[in-house]
Design a binder for this molecule. Structure first.
Ligand code: GTP
Length: 236
């Protein structure tokens, strides 16, 4: 009888974890938190995406959460979703450069430029992805759905400390998210609530373990919805 037992050799590169979500929902802060909390146990590097600047990279460098040369900026020059979804070449080059320069890395964090609710990473670029929304965007955001909210590997409902000030019911947002996510995980996060940061770090550890054991298969949340804006996409 043929042997159908599969063995999975340890991956030769780090887990590539994408963090997407609308502008200002706290993606850079979340990355800074992960670096601060995990850099004693994991070798980490970061790639950021901004449209015209390297501002997110500069902020992370200024925060002192990692040695500065482990943080690289990609200037997308167009809609941020293009560089994480349609043509990931610039990001792959930045990621591979860092992986080669600092080998062996354990975790590569890739921050999307802030975009609209529907931008997601291509599975050609990341092994897993987090989608980040915040309570300040309104209590009905989770209910509205979209590929990231519905199918990212983890949904973060961020800045829960602000909920009383913006009159948002976090429990209701969690229920709404649960309804559209078919059992996929959701974490209510605030950088001011240590237990929520613990939950985020535990999730990252568990995904890394699954990846290291060959048990993780990149899932594609699906492309963004049809949209239009004031400039042309490159065709090719
Ligand atoms: N109250 C509160 N504010 C937060 C939290 N996390 C981030 N912020 C603030 O939210 C603002 C935006 O955070 P960033 O981390 O820059 O957000 P971003 O998603 O990276 O922004 P872009 O890169 O511009 O899309 C900053 O003023 C942060 O200090 C949180 O847990 N609670």
């Amino acid at each position: 009888m043929p042997d159908h037992t599969h063995t999975h050799p340890a991956p030769s590169r780090p887990l590539r974890l994408g963090i997407a979500g609308p502008v200002g929902t706290g993606k850079s802060t979340l990355i800074a938190t992960l670096c601060t909390r995990l850099s004693e146990e994991l070798q980490i590097a970061v790639v950021t995406n901004d449209i015209y600047t390297d501002e997110d990279a500069r902020l992370l460098k200024a925060a002192g959460v990692l040695p500065v040369d482990r943080i690289k900026a990609v200037e997308t020059g167009a809609c941020p979703h293009t560089a994480i979804r349609d043509d990931v070449t610039a990001n792959l080059i930045a990621v591979e450069d860092l992986e080669e320069q600092f080998a062996p890395l354990d975790l590569m964090l890739i921050e999307s430029g802030g975009d609209n609710l529907t931008a997601t990473f291509s599975p050609a670029l990341v092994d897993a992805q987090i989608f980040c929304i915040d309570v300040a965007g309104g209590g009905d955001v989770a209910r509205k759905g979209g590929p990231g909210i519905e199918r990212a590997d983890l949904l973060i409902i961020n800045k829960t400390d602000l909920a009383p000030y913006v009159e948002v019911d976090v429990e209701q947002m969690l229920r709404d998210a649960g309804d559209v996510r078919a059992g996929l995980p959701v974490i209510a996060l605030s950088r001011h609530v240590p237990e929520s940061v613990d939950a985020l770090c535990d999730w990252v550890r568990s995904v890394r373990t699954a990846y290291g054991e060959g048990r993780s298969v990149p899932q594609d949340p699906g492309p963004m919805a049809p949209h239009s804006h004031g400039h042309e996409h490159a065709t090719g």
